[in-house]
Design a protein around this ligand. Structure first.
Ligand SMILES: Nc1ncnc2c1ncn2[C@@H]1O[C@H](COP(=O)(O)OP(=O)(O)OP(=O)(O)O)[C@@H](O)[C@H]1O
Ligand SMILES: [Mg+2]
Length: 300
């Protein structure tokens, strides 16, 4: 990276002489992305520390609704940390302290009294390794709605006459259909989910996330453990989901980011958001030399 640093500095310095702006100011402009439509999530001045380790530095970005936003950058630059801030998953990490603001539909999620269960229902998460519950496919899908009290099924529900099995069937169908896996597994809904292939498990996990009706879906390298065929199914699915949901996806795969995302945010070492723009712009003509070096594979 030391090779790329002088170039980045010289770019900044040459602009500084003509516009009188500092490197820091120019950086802010590179990450100040303007778009048409509404911001679903609005992040301002976000800092995250793990003990003394400053993992994310002063990150501000607005995420447009009903689109795919890719987060890219080298290992350890804070992508997963950033993603976890968007539904307060970092709250579960004892060493983590968070400063700054994240608004979902203009409502601050870091304020007292926010219902974290409701928040994580609106802002769901899909992880790198598929993590279905060791239960039937059907139970994987109905688990969340049942937990949230949106579904009454099972013996107790039958005894008390509040059984929503029909609703549950519709829900299972809807979620699996949305996750583009219904046709493959519709005849084995009562089989254990652990018997599915990795790619099927991941789509099941996406279906499980969709079952509780989220607005935003966070995905942390959702296809990195999958073969090319399964990866391409997940990619197609992500693009389809963006018609109705706001998708934020971390990926190490540049081609994948270029293929599926509308806008791309590039984080670089040190936990800084360096550049955020339309995906085409980031991959074809980025402002930052370091971003260009990163997306063309010269480092990282
Ligand atoms: N639970 C944690 N406790 C302490 N430090 C952490 C924790 N999680 C992440 N970090 C540190 O924060 C920094 C950012 O980590 P993060 O996992 O967000 O990076 P990343 O960009 O997702 O990396 P990768 O591409 O390898 O997944 C790293 O220095 C990491 O060691
Ligand atoms: Mg990560």
């Amino acid at each position: 990276m030391s090779e790329t640093e002088p170039q980045a500095e010289s770019t900044a310095r040459s602009s500084a002489t003509t516009t009188g702006e500092t490197d820091e100011r120019i950086r802010e402009e590179w990450s100040d992305y303007s778009f048409t439509g509404e911001a679903k999530l609005s992040v301002s001045d976000l800092d995250v520390y793990y003990g003394d380790d400053h993992a994310l530095k002063d990150v501000s970005m607005d995420i447009p609704e009903e689109s795919v936003t890719a987060l890219i950058g080298p290992s350890g630059c804070g992508k997963s940390t950033f993603l976890r801030c968007l539904n307060r998953m970092n709250d579960r990490i004892k060493a983590a302290s968070i400063d700054g603001s994240v608004k979902l539909d203009d409502e601050e999620i870091y304020q007292d009294g926010v219902d974290l269960v409701e928040l994580r229902k609106s802002v769901g998460m899909v992880f790198q390794a598929p993590n279905p519950f060791p239960k039937s496919i059907r139970d994987n899908i109905t688990y969340g709605p049942r937990k949230h009290g949106d579904l009454d099924t099972g013996l107790l529900a039958r005894l008390t006459g509040r059984d929503d099995s029909e609703t549950a069937d519709e829900l299972v169908h809807r979620a699996l259909e949305q996750a583009a896996i219904w046709d493959e597994i519709k005849d084995r809904l009562d089989d254990n989910a652990m018997g599915l292939s990795g790619g099927q498990q991941q789509r099941l996990c996406i279906a499980r996330c969709l079952a509780v009706d989220p607005d935003v879906i966070l995905m942390d390298e959702p296809a990195s453990a999958l073969d090319p065929v399964a990866t391409s199914k997940i990619e197609d699915l992500i693009e389809d989901l963006a018609e109705d949901y706001t998708v934020v996806v971390v990926t190490h795969n540049m081609q994948q980011a270029a293929r599926i995302s509308d806008q791309t945010a590039v984080f670089l070492t040190g936990g800084k958001l360096v550049e955020y723009d339309d995906t085409d712009k980031i991959f074809e003509n980025p402002e930052s030399q370091r971003v260009e070096d990163y997306v063309t594979g010269k480092f990282g």
